[in-house]
Design a protein around this ligand. Structure first.
Ligand SMILES: Nc1ncnc2c1ncn2[C@@H]1O[C@H](COP(=O)(O)OP(=O)(O)O)[C@@H](O)[C@H]1O
Ligand SMILES: [Mg+2]
Length: 386
């Protein structure tokens, strides 16, 4: 972006500079006096804002702001900030001559004369409506992808859960029958205890499932890694065949992390489902969480991280498949078993959270996936402690 120093650039005479500024059509480049009145106007400004030079020169630049922004004194605040700090940046709606609005990225730089006196401000504005819309669309697609993934994960979970619910109902019904037929009050008491426990367990299961299903808005909060892990394990236990052993290795002293709980839970479910699919009929899945200090070993990451590790004793990943596993829709599973979206979500989440995902695998030996998420740093003090 242009900055105020260009104005006095020794290699460029003022007339040449004027020509250059005039020929730029993608940026509105104009000058304001220290009170915020327009003193020059280029072709880009004319194109973007719709006014001819003679219509705006002498007018206050609040002319380009929405009525709401004017009522909130946004132009005045920006001007004051630029005059005090030498420069200011702003992003927001601006109004064209015909009343239509565009999303602007604007910078304002103070210009001083040789004595250091403020002579005006250089204002550079860019219409980034398209870029903003593309970003909004990307967010919407991400949210849709999250929903699709959630439905897929729920589908995988409910099969296992239905089976567990059946078991709980069997306990409840048989205990109730026995209690009904028994004359022994102690035994009846014990049966009622069984019924209560089974009922309680059923409620916990539905609550876990509902909280996962209901989680809609992406909301980044401070989380204790072990709590997310416990609720994920509560869900995944029902989706694993009994012959698959799930081991856990957990560090007790883990820092907090700052991510969306629903997304993290889904990422862990994705890794665990992949491990389950790789293990097949019987085998071991290990779920570990620990604290690590990185100095660029993983994706150039530096600092303190929480590492979630999912290791399986499965088939491993073939070298020719490995480079493609994070691609959306890449799957080696038969139709109906895989969508190829799991790891792309894991990858997106890791990047978006300023973390990383790493894969270690050997064909026939199993796979280890590690998700690194930055430890929450409460303030400058904690940085010093590091
Ligand atoms: N733990 C694992 N062991 C072996 N292969 C894996 C593992 N995790 C992922 N893969 C491979 O990566 C591919 C993509 O995974 P993913 O994006 O989760 O999609 P999906 O599970 O629907 O196929 C899988 O089809 C599989 O070939
Ligand atoms: Mg998967």
């Amino acid at each position: 972006m242009l900055s105020a120093e260009c104005v006095d650039h020794p290699a460029m005479p003022a007339s040449r500079y004027e020509q250059l500024v005039q020929s730029v059509v993608d940026y509105a480049i104009y000058m304001l006096d220290p009170d915020g009145r327009v003193v020059s106007w280029n072709a880009g400004a004319q194109r973007i804002k719709g006014y001819d030079a003679d219509e705006v020169i002498g007018q206050h630049f609040s002319l380009f702001f929405t009525p709401q922004d004017c009522a909130d004194e946004r132009p005045q605040r920006l001007l004051k900030q630029a005059l005090e700090q030498g420069r200011t940046q702003d992003e927001g709606w601006r109004v064209r001559k015909d009343g239509t609005q565009f999303w602007a990225l604007a910078a304002m730089d103070v210009i001083r004369d040789e004595q250091g006196q403020i002579v005006g401000l250089a204002k550079v504005t860019r219409d980034i409506t398209d870029r903003r819309e593309a970003a909004l669309q990307l967010d919407a697609v991400r949210a849709q992808l999250f929903e699709v993934q959630k439905l897929e994960a729920l589908g995988q979970l409910t099969g296992g859960l239905a089976h567990d619910f059946n078991n709980l109902l069997t306990i409840i019904i048989s205990s109730a029958r026995m209690a009904k037929a028994s004359p022994d009050p102690v035994r009846v008491q014990r049966m009622i205890e069984h019924i209560l426990q089974a009922g309680q367990r059923g409620t916990e299961l539905t609550q876990q499932l509902l909280s996962f299903a209901r989680h809609r808005q992406l909301e980044v909060t401070l989380l204790a890694p072990l709590e997310v892990l416990a609720s994920t394990r509560g869900l995944v236990e029902h989706a694993l065949p009994r012959e698959i052993v799930l081991h856990e290795r957990l560090d007790c002293d883990l820092p907090l992390i700052e991510v969306d709980a629903g997304q993290l839970q889904m990422v862990l479910l994705n890794l665990l489902f992949n491990a389950r699919d790789a293990v097949g009929e019987r085998g071991v899945i290990e779920l570990a969480v620990h604290r690590v200090d990185l100095a660029g070993e993983v994706d150039g990451l530096q600092g303190r991280f929480v590492c979630f590790e999912v290791r399986d004793s499965g088939e491993g990943i073939e070298p020719e498949v490995l480079p493609r596993i994070f691609e959306p829709f890449f799957t080696t599973k038969p139709f109906g078993k895989g969508t190829g979206l799991g790891l792309s979500q894991v990858y997106g989440f890791a990047k978006q959270s300023n973390g990383a995902i790493s894969v270690h695998t050997q064909s026939g030996q199993g796979t280890c996936m590690r998700l690194y998420l930055p430890a929450y740093q409460p303030g400058p003090r904690a940085q010093e402690d590091r």
